[in-house]
Design a protein around this ligand. Sequence first.
Ligand SMILES: C[S@@+](CC[C@H](N)C(=O)[O-])C[C@H]1O[C@@H](n2cnc3c(N)ncnc32)[C@H](O)[C@@H]1O
Length: 276
Amino acid sequence: MTEKPYPFRSSEGERRRLVAQGGLVAPLTRRLFEKAGLEPGMRVLDIGSGAGDVALLAAEFVGPEGTVIGVDSDPAQVAFAERRAAADRSTNVRFMAGDFREIELSPPADAVVGRLVLMYAADPLDALRRALRNLRAGGVVALQESVIDYEGPVLIEPLDCLAAKVVEWFRAGFKHAGVQPRMGMRLFGLMRAAGLDPSVDIDMSVPIQQGPEGALFEILTSVVRSQMPAILASGAATAAEIDIETLEQRLSADAPAGGVVGYFNSGHVGVWARKP
Ligand SMILES: C[S@@+](CC[C@H](N)C(=O)[O-])C[C@H]1O[C@@H](n2cnc3c(N)ncnc32)[C@H](O)[C@@H]1O
């Protein structure tokens, strides 16, 4: 486990949120895997596999001759991901509970992949180095992390609406929990520091949403619901101010005629490298 508490509560709602979020950021993950050269027959390790989205995507690349092993420290996530793989009839994916920094694969993997995981590590470089112990020489590592800039502009238009305030609550909770800021932008340097030579072909995608007609308010509400304890502990808002059961409805009622456009963080960055 990370030393800091992971700021999202484990719940069925949180797993649904991860699946919905996974759908939004999947195109970047797919592009990253294509560029990194994930291919049939590979044995892949997915660190921090969560609801299983990244592992299931990797399984499409490696095909029936390949294998994907997802590891997550939350046994409830692991059980959920296993049920999804079974429902998908994906026989080339399995999930295990554990800390990815501690596990030892034998033989080592041909590829290590991970999405939105190093940002939660107290020491991302140490976490990456440990993950790389399970990668064979010549194997690929492909990582995707988000860019949450605690001081940067809130990516919501218009800025004087409840949705922008909700994004401030979210950022305060993350900052309070010690989530690494700007991890996506730091990935390249982190890989270099770990002795890799990452590709300079770096992709970023920003999954912008709209409300009330689109999914923005549902996304903001679910991200606040899962992260309530950290937001309250940060002092950014009280439970009464958040009033989670009415939040989505209030976001809609507050929206100007032109609607609200934006997202709760500023984007996702994918970087890949080959282990020397
Ligand atoms: C934001 S979720 C991302 C899940 C998935 N990678 C995706 O993109 O859909 C982060 C996941 O990493 C897991 N995690 C965090 N630190 C971990 C560690 N040291 N070892 C294993 N899992 C970890 C959490 O339990 C959580 O399920």
